[in-house]
Design a protein. Structure first.
Length: 189
């Protein structure tokens, strides 16, 4: 069973070296290891479409081989998002959160996707969940920074309008006006 790190790391770096390099904090609640992402995820602007397609294919294969890995689903969701496939990204990240409800990065990346899609109320709700899942100070600062930005955008009003009114009456009025114009045109001939 391979992990997300093994799938994404070059062959020269083994998962044992990554685990040996991961630092753990000694506080009771803050004892989660700091997960280091592979090179393609550090600077997404430098990854070519071909390389991204290879990563997506290998992650899809790894997810099929390890259906219970939240790490792999999170990386797959990130790869889909980098490839501008929002629906696939959302599905993968939601699966990761369902597989492991305590997975900080799955929750944070899901909330970040909502933030980038400007579904700000949902992004705020999901980011608050990530704040509660933070296992160390760095994770907490990431979630708080994102939450601060979401709340700033909500206050400034830069979000999609919520359609809470029915469009039935305008649609019926439009249909009636179209029929009336057709009748007027036929009569005036």
């Amino acid at each position: 069973m391979s992990t997300a790190v093994e799938v994404l790391m070059p062959a020269a770096i083994t998962s044992a070296e990554v685990v040996a390099g991961a630092r753990e904090l000694s506080a009771p609640r803050l004892n989660a290891p700091i997960r280091v992402l592979n090179v393609p995820w550090r600077d997404p602007q430098t990854v070519s479409k071909a390389e991204l397609a290879v990563h997506i294919q290998s992650l899809e294969t790894a997810c099929a081989a390890n259906p219970t890995s939240a790490d792999l689903r999170t990386c797959l969701g990130m790869a889909y998002a980098m490839n501008f496939q929002a629906y696939k990204s959302m599905a993968a990240l939601e699966q990761a959160v369902e597989l492991d409800g305590t997975h900080f990065f799955a929750q944070l990346k899901l909330s970040e996707l909502f933030y980038r899609l400007r579904a700000l109320p949902k992004a705020e709700e999901e980011t608050l969940k990530a704040v509660h899942l933070a296992g160390n100070a760095w994770e907490l600062s990431l979630a708080r920074k994102q939450l601060k930005e979401i709340r700033r955008l909500i206050c400034e009003g830069t979000q999609k309008p919520e359609w809470n009114k029915s469009l039935r009456a305008p649609a019926i009025l439009f249909a009636i006006m179209t029929v009336a114009l057709c009748i007027v045109k036929v009569v005036t001939r």
